[in-house]
Design a protein around this ligand. Structure first.
Ligand code: SF4
Length: 296
């Protein structure tokens, strides 16, 4: 072992007016060895671009019930596997429906309350590692790049699904705090919230089961790709409707706990698809529940 100090990754925040080598050489290096998370609207857009049903696209090309694009293509750049949608020498086979992560790359996007950041990880612009020829292409401002990628609807969808995630968590809170469950001295609910936060995506998918996972990721909504706000809000209604019909009369502690745990599990799984860390989300929500009287 050398005594070389570990270099911590840095995050560089960008202003919209910043001018960078934000131009794509279309060599496809960014379609290899990445993690591309999906929200349900993005999954629907990908399915449409591919000419498949949402279920068929999810089953053939996604992992963990649909929250992540599968990367099982032929190894390419640095022998890393290609995205399932990447066609060697041609590029992305779903370009018109590609998700926000692909539209923004190499930029990331983070919303904290009302503040919105564009950023990149690392001390050097990450795109240049795979495509140094980008230096010779025209430069662009962050704002112009986002515009050129037609990313607006996809940003709206991402923000709307953050609201859906919070709405599901709020319902889990309501079953815990407003039903008598917390007052009964129950400690199991927060234990299960924490357990789910620590589970891998496969485990949480299996815990929720195919009925809930299908409704979460491939809802039967006839249209709405042109309007991610309407799509996501209608989707949220469908999830709450199923919850109302699924947990019986909710007159036992066990029913109330089950309702709270399922809704929290859905919020955590959706949150992972939105790029959040479920363990951090669970701990944050457990802290809030305890501040309101729930027992850990
Ligand atoms: S969806 Fe298209 S752009 Fe995105 S990683 Fe896959 S092949 Fe590349």
């Amino acid at each position: 072992m050398s005594g070389r100090p570990k270099v911590m990754p840095v995050t560089t925040k960008l202003t919209l007016t910043e001018i960078l080598p934000l131009t794509c050489s279309r060599s496809g290096t960014c379609c290899h060895g990445k993690t591309v998370r999906l929200n349900p609207w993005e999954l629907a857009c990908l399915a449409e671009a591919k000419g498949l049903t949402r279920r068929a696209f999810r089953d053939q090309f996604c992992d963990f019930g649909g929250i992540q694009l599968r990367f099982d293509g032929a190894p390419g750049w640095r022998q890393q596997p290609a995205c399932s949608q990447y066609v060697p020498d041609l590029g992305c086979s779903v370009h018109s429906g590609r998700p926000l992560a692909c539209r923004l790359y190499p930029l990331g996007r983070q919303r904290q309350g009302d503040e919105l950041y564009y950023l990149y990880e690392g001390s050097e612009f990450p795109c240049l590692e795979g495509c140094p020829e980008v230096f010779d292409l025209p430069r662009s401002s962050v704002a112009a790049y986002i515009e050129a990628q037609d990313a607006k609807r996809f940003e709206v969808a991402q923000d709307e699904y953050l609201e859906v995630m919070q709405g599901l968590a709020d319902s889990a809170f309501a079953f815990l705090l407003e039903s008598g469950l917390a007052e009964s001295g129950d400690r199991q609910t927060l234990r299960l919230w924490r357990e789910m936060g620590g589970e891998g995506p496969e485990q949480l998918r299996d815990r929720l089961g195919p009925g809930w996972i299908d409704l979460l990721m491939i809802p039967e909504l006839a249209d709405g790709l042109h309007d991610p706000t309407a799509f996501s809000r209608h989707h949220h209604d469908l999830l709450l409707l199923k919850a109302q019909g699924s947990f019986g009369t909710l007159d036992t502690i066990a029913d109330l706990r089950k309702a709270s745990v399922v809704l929290m599990g859905l919020a955590l799984h959706l949150g992972r698809g939105l790029g959040a860390d479920p363990a951090e989300l669970a701990e944050r929500w457990i802290r809030i529940a305890k501040e309101h009287g729930a027992l850990d």
